[in-house]
Design a protein around this ligand. Sequence first.
Ligand SMILES: Nc1ncnc2c1ncn2[C@@H]1O[C@H](COP(=O)(O)OP(=O)(O)OP(=O)(O)O)[C@@H](O)[C@H]1O
Length: 229
Amino acid sequence: MINLSAINKTYRQGNENYQILHDIDLHIKAGEFVAIMGPSGSGKSTLINIIGFLDQKFDGNYTFQEVIVNSLNRRQHAQLRNRSVGFIFQNFKLIMNQSVGENVGLPLLYAGLKRQHIIQRVNEVLAKVGLPDSYHKLPKNLSGGQQQRVAIARAIVTNPKFLVADEPTGALDSATSSEIMTLFKALNDSGTTLIMVTHDAQVAQETNRLIKILDGRIQSDEEVIHEGT
Ligand SMILES: Nc1ncnc2c1ncn2[C@@H]1O[C@H](COP(=O)(O)OP(=O)(O)OP(=O)(O)O)[C@@H](O)[C@H]1O
């Protein structure tokens, strides 16, 4: 599904060029659950911003399904992002003075769906993430773990082809992290493709594939072996 070939990324600062990603070759199939780990500054966010169609300024080839991403214009690139990927962040990025339902329904509002359809779909995904009957609550009255569930509901509401999660458990205690990982695993079991950046080795062990990045290069890329399997 995701095919990166010889991806290089350089930032220019003043007269200097800084190469952040070096010759990245990476293939991710539909249905995978991938963790990306690496030290601060190693290029993880830069990589997932390219994968998630947030950043179009890179060298190399990116083919997503049949689409040659590097040949799209800005509008097509944005359209591909809106249709194909859901994002989840460390700090949830919810709109605090809007209800849970309004937060989750926002991508559908942008997509032009009718109110009745939106409400129905929002309630469906809220039930899926374990928050039924929470449409009218305010995010500020929810725990961190519950807020991340709302953010996950918002990410899946448009039925994207894959999810990109940047440190989704970074702001949560270990028990809550483990609940969120259980939810991710359930989504993955029902076919959702997930790509997750994490600093937490224990969280990474819950996925099926661990990619380690160092200084903008893939250092290792291995299947995660689960105990008892
Ligand atoms: N817009 C930018 N302009 C210049 N340099 C940048 C820009 N964005 C990122 N960088 C640099 O690129 C390098 C990689 O950053 P990136 O955010 O991808 O790392 P990361 O592995 O995600 O780190 P962290 O774990 O701290 O989030 C860093 O040295 C950073 O300073």
